[in-house]
Design a protein around this ligand. Structure first.
Ligand code: OOB
Length: 555
């Protein structure tokens, strides 16, 4: 679909459940009419001097957090931003993330959460698709200068305001940008309607570029409040955020917001490596964290020889990609804590194994939904329910699952059924008690250590290379990452064969996140065709994957 046919990006994001559903979710007490701003004010009143967030040298109490967020809210509005405006937030695991996003919430502004790994192409897409008026970035982080990236983005969008936040306070000169710590202003903060969109997450992106996922205050707060209860969080808990804070899993499953919602302490780890995270666990007496499977493997490898005391750890959540039973069975013996499998999606539905489930369920399933009102269907190719225990396509709707993406009429028509179920693209089996076992994906994306890569998006970048005639990107099973990506290329006639490394460098140079660069590049002479012409991309990718695996097995 051409951009001309898309609704105006200036249009405010909406998320609408049919009236009877909304009424039921309210009547059952799921949606309580509380906004993020009101939630923070209540938390500051209840837990004022207790520590809310630890990041680097910074320790913020609940009352510090509220004060800083209110200052930021006034400052954002003083920049000329208006309630309902979107603000792309690309901030890593630093304490300032919290005053920034709560400041946006209090000002009625709508954060659009980008990940630190995103680069020019992705950020420009989020800005354009959301109609963002501002960008909140870090300065320097893990050797990367986000100010340079923001300058590139501003070449396309000169009116974009840019606010820079750092691990240490940023108050001085930041060139043409605004220092977060110099934000100030006064006056009334707006009334925020909790049934409206609070922020946007980005989708894993099955086709093409990532889509924006509008989540309301009501629905999201319900999901993390309930998650906190399911994960056993109390005000004495300490949640370590080792994955990027802006991702839905560490944000809300139960994540940093689930922890804050009960007055617990959030500790930010700048990265998830055992060498960084283990000393933090010992020093802060961390009780719970969440990891993707490859990191859980890494931690289990490092823990036995580690000098750091990990005995405070009670719960390890693992999700984002399939955690195989053999690895799951080792969590308790090696780390001495309870494994909680988490199968969720930024679009909504989250499943957890319960802490008191039998070991067999904890090891072999990806849990069951949060809510009694999460509707789960497991369907065959004809859209008919399969028998219990059979594999099928997972469709879902419920009190915290979206009914539409922002500004995506075509994707909305294919990703949602007419009666409002979200077609997750996941293949699952459902067991008695509602427990789900993930079997794989129906669609063409690569789940690389929990990072989702759209085959189509990367194929488009590869096709931009002058030597490439055709490209197909497929997932290959990988013992450590779960899946890795492999690009099959047919070269244009008469060109000299480029080196695989040159292809990878080209793709990276297109300004995309490093995790999306193909792990492998394989040159082939042609792609299969049928008598009528080209076969479908889906079939082509499946054939290439099968051929690759057969050749590997024969080696
Ligand atoms: C989480 O969210 P997203 O939006 O990055 O990715 C969602 C997709 C799911 O549709 C599924 O394909 C896969 O990630 N996935 C899993 C899984 N958890 C997620 N596949 C197998 N086993 C699991 N445990 O990844 C996410 C969001 C909230 C909580 C946890 C993960």
């Amino acid at each position: 679909m051409s951009d001309a046919l898309l609704p105006d990006p200036g249009e405010a994001p909406r998320q609408i459940w049919p009236g009877e559903f909304a009424a039921r979710y309210r009547a059952k007490g799921y949606w309580r009419g509380e906004s993020f701003g009101t939630l923070l004010r209540r938390l500051a009143a209840d837990h004022g001097p207790r520590i809310a967030v630890v990041g680097g040298e910074t320790r913020l109490s609940y009352q510090d957090l509220l004060a800083a967020a209110e200052t930021a809210a006034h400052g954002f509005l003083a920049l000329g931003l208006r309630p309902g405006d979107r603000v792309v937030v690309q901030v890593p695991n630093i304490a300032g993330f919290f005053p920034a996003v709560f400041g946006l919430f209090l000002a009625g502004l709508i954060p659009v959460y980008a990940l630190p790994a995103h680069r020019r192409t992705e950020i420009a897409h989020f800005v354009a698709r959301s109609g963002a008026k501002a960008l909140v970035i870090a300065d320097l982080w893990e050797g990367y200068d986000y100010r340079a990236l923001a300058r590139e983005i501003r070449e396309e969008s000169p009116d974009l305001r840019v606010v820079v936040i750092g691990e240490a306070p940023v108050t001085g000169e930041v060139g043409e940008f605004t220092a977060f710590d110099s934000l100030k202003g006064q006056g009334e903060l707006p009334q925020v309607d909790p049934s409206e969109v609070a922020f946007m997450q980005i989708s894993g992106g099955t086709t093409g570029l990532s889509k924006l996922i509008p989540r309301t205050h009501d629905d999201y707060i319900y999901s993390f409040r309930e998650s906190a209860a399911i994960c056993g969080l109390t005000a004495d808990s300490v949640y370590l955020c080792a994955l990027p804070v802006a991702h839905n899993f560490p944000m809300s499953s139960p994540g940093v917001f689930g922890a804050l919602s009960v007055g617990a302490k959030v500790v930010l780890s700048p990265n998830p490596a055992p060498a960084t995270a283990f000393p933090l666990i010992a020093a802060e007496r961390v009780t719970i964290t969440g990891l993707v499977p490859p990191l859980a493997l890494l931690w289990m490898q490092a823990a036995p020889g580690s000098a750091h005391d990990l005995s405070s750890l009670e719960v390890l959540g693992v999700g984002g990609a399939k955690f195989i039973p053999e690895a799951a069975a080792r969590v308790r013996p090696v780390l001495g804590c309870t494994l909680q499998q988490v199968f969720g999606m930024a679009e909504g539905l989250v499943n957890y194994t319960r802490l008191d489930d039998p070991e067999e369920i904890i090891i072999n399933t990806q849990g069951r939904p949060i809510s009694a009102d999460d509707e789960v269907l497991v369907l065959d190719d004809n859209g008919q329910p399969v028998a219990m225990g059979e594999a099928g396509y997972l469709h879902t709707r419920g009190p915290y699952t979206i009914r539409a993406y922002h500004n995506e009429p075509a994707a909305n028509a294919s990703s949602f059924t007419p009666d409002g179920f979200y077609r997750t693209g996941d293949m699952v089996k459902q067991l008695p008690g509602g427990y789900l076992v993930v079997q794989g994906r129906a669609g063409d994306h690569i789940n690389r250590a929990g990072e989702k890569i759209s085959a189509e998006e990367i194929e488009d970048h590869l096709l931009a290379h002058p030597a490439v005639f055709d490209a197909a990107v497929v997932s290959i099973p990988d013992p450590f990452l779960g899946e890795r990506s492999c690009a099959f290329l047919v070269l244009a006639e008469g060109v000299e064969k480029p080196k695989a490394a040159a292809i990878k460098a080209f793709v990276r140079g297109r300004g995309i996140a490093a995790f999306k660069v193909p792990d492998e590049v394989v040159f082939v002479t042609e792609f299969a065709t049928t008598a009528v012409g080209k076969i479908s991309r889906v079939k082509l990718r499946a054939d290439l994957r099968a051929r690759y695996l057969k050749e590997e097995a024969a080696k």
